[in-house]
Design a protein around this ligand. Structure first.
Ligand code: ATP
Ligand code: MG
Length: 553
């Protein structure tokens, strides 16, 4: 391993921060923030932003704040806030301070009053439709609102009355007075405040006037002394406004906004609005459905924090939009679980196998290691007895070419156990195979059979000592790489994204498994104990990821 292998790969943001520190800008401090709007659960795209913001702060001995951007009360809720805190912590990050944009409502109002006093903002009575008309286009200058020339005194009085609830929703807005002819559309007198009578989850009915994102964000950053305000590329066009507001007002600091490319991940959707639609229209079973690209869904599916952080590191940070293959994410969790998940045996679709030459009531306890390369993961006890369950498709009455598993008259090894031979097939009246009569070779425990080669190895559980379990086989939620390119992304939903197997049997040791425990079920896939539906009476496991990439061409 080369000495640089564990070093994070560099990116343009690191370069900017390193240079700022060497120039002693911001007294060499780095303060970042992660600013989610609490209008849904966090998704894998947010993980990228979390890893970047918290990661940069960690790397430069700085701080990262968690800030709820809660200025759109209609769609926001305490449930979403709690889920966001849980998810950030689960990913392994600690915020220096937790803030809410709503904590600043009073300060923001004062800043707005200051803008009015300085002649940089005015109250406008145009409605939304007219504002759009007046805005102009990329090639055409906008038109000034007749209200633009209102006196400062009148603006101050109107703004105070807006706050006092004297006007109806939408009757007036507060706009910045910048330049209706600016080639930068976001500078054509953008809205700063709107009247909206909605109950706010934190400030209750104190306000009927709410600040717009562009006004709130830069000032919240400045109030907190953020040095580097990292956001996604779509905010590049808003940067002139970000800087304009801070230039016009006396603020504690002037943070630098730096944009990076959003994560776009194939075969899924990273937009809270669309994820909310999947939940609200019951296309999935909630925000934490294991098929969802939410942190909560991925956690429930069995993803580890390490695998998600590893993914964010691997995809890197750039200025250019690009698509990431789902296989990149899946490989991260596959590698982590391959290294760290204990092995176990589970039979998905059982076929009964009776070992005729094994004593009727005997139960042998085999001591088996939990991980082939990691003795430190210990061993477990696996009971072996006369009646064994194997996978239906590990037996073939008419074997296809190169079939190495069990056939009539053939031998196979039961994993970590004996070599057995199938002597007879038992069928029901309808011709279905219901049982195999076998014999075992007592000399083959941990030893090769004498005088012959047995190639196949299959997994199994003892019928008596195994536990019934439900296994949920999850697959990608969408059939196409970019569901957003469809007329309706819902048409691209993969109807086979969940297959539930209810007759599975898992080995005895799994009775003690705890919610969230992860395993490699040998020869099958990686699974995790479902944190919602699994119980001592009914074990439920979620498939986290297959052993190999089954989507690769
Ligand atoms: P969505 O469209 O899913 O609602 P958003 O950008 O509106 O996303 P916010 O809650 O405002 O969601 O996002 C919080 C932070 O996470 C922002 O700084 C945003 O830029 C970042 N972020 C959101 N989606 C992505 C993504 N796909 N890749 C990287 N960062 C993202
Ligand atoms: Mg947003």
């Amino acid at each position: 391993m080369s000495s640089t292998e564990n070093q994070p790969s560099s990116n343009f943001i690191r370069h900017i921060i390193t240079k700022d520190i060497s120039d002693n800008k911001n007294n060499g401090k780095v303060i970042t923030r992660f600013p989610p709007e609490p209008n849904g659960y966090l998704h894998i795209g947010h993980a990228k932003s979390i890893c970047l913001n918290f990661g940069m702060a960690e790397e430069y001995n700085g701080n990262c704040n968690l800030r709820f951007d809660d200025t759109n009360p209609e769609k926001e809720s305490i449930e979403f806030m709690e889920s966001i805190e849980r998810d950030v912590q689960w990913l392994g990050f600690k915020w220096a301070n937790k803030h809410h944009a709503s904590d600043y409502f009073e300060q923001l109002y004062d800043f707005a009053v200051q803008l009015i006093k300085d002649g940089h903002a005015y109250v406008d009575s145009l409605d939304a439709e007219q504002i759009r008309e007046y805005r102009g286009t990329l090639t055409e200058a906008g038109k000034e609102s007749p209200d633009r020339s209102r006196t400062i005194e009148d603006n101050l009085a109107l703004f105070a009355a807006m706050r006092n609830g004297e006007y109806a929703d939408g009757q007036f807005i507060l706009r910045a007075k910048i330049d209706m002819a600016s080639p930068t559309i976001s500078l054509r007198d953008p809205a700063l405040y709107r009247i909206r009578r909605v109950h706010h989850q934190r400030t209750g009915d104190d306000w009927c006037l709410y600040p717009m994102y562009d006004f709130t964000h830069c000032l919240s950053d400045a109030i907190e002394g953020i040095t580097h305000s990292l956001c996604t590329l779509e905010f590049e066009a808003h940067r002139p406004l970000y800087d304009w507001v801070l230039d016009k007002l006396q603020t504690p600091s002037h943070p630098q906004q730096i944009e990076f490319a959003r994560l776009q991940l194939e075969y899924t959707i990273v937009s809270k609005r669309k994820l909310a639609q999947l939940v609200n229209e019951n296309h999935v079973n909630g925000w934490d459905d294991p098929r969802m690209p939410t942190i909560a869904g991925m956690r429930r599916a069995g993803y580890t924090p390490t695998s998600i952080r590893d993914f964010c590191e691997r995809i890197g940070i750039t200025k250019k939009d690009s698509w990431i293959e789902m296989a990149v994410l899946e490989n991260c969790i596959r590698e982590d679980l391959n290294d760290n998940a204990p092995r176990a045996m589970a039979v998905l679709e059982p076929l009964r196998l009776v070992i005729e030459n094994y004593p009727d009531d005997q139960v042998e306890i085999l001591e088996v290691s939990n991980h082939p390369q990691k003795p430190e993961l210990g061993t477990r006890k696996i009971p072996f007895s006369k009646v064994i369950l194997i996978e239906q498709d590990d037996f073939a009455e008419v074997p296809p070419p190169k079939f190495k598993r069990l056939i009539e008259g053939g031998e196979v090894r039961l994993r970590s156990s004996y070599v057995i031979k199938c002597n007879e097939i038992i069928k029901d009246d309808a011709g279905n195979i219901i049982e195999l009569r076998c014999s075992y070779d007592p000399a083959t425990l941990g030893k090769k059979p004498e005088g012959r080669k047995v190639k196949g190895v299959i997994h199994w559980v003892s019928e008596q000592q195994s536990h019934p379990a439900e296994l949920r086989l999850y697959d990608r939620l969408f059939n196409v790489a970019n569901p957003d390119s469809e007329d309706n992304f819902l048409d691209a939903i993969n109807s086979d994204s969940l297959k539930t197997l209810t007759n599975c049997r898992v080995e005895a040791s799994l009775a003690d498994a705890n919610s969230g425990d992860r395993f490699q079920f040998e020869r099958t896939a990686y699974f995790c104990v479902d944190s919602v539906d699994s119980s001592a009476e009914k074990l439920v496991f979620n498939r986290t990821v297959t052993l190999r990439d089954t989507w690769a061409k």
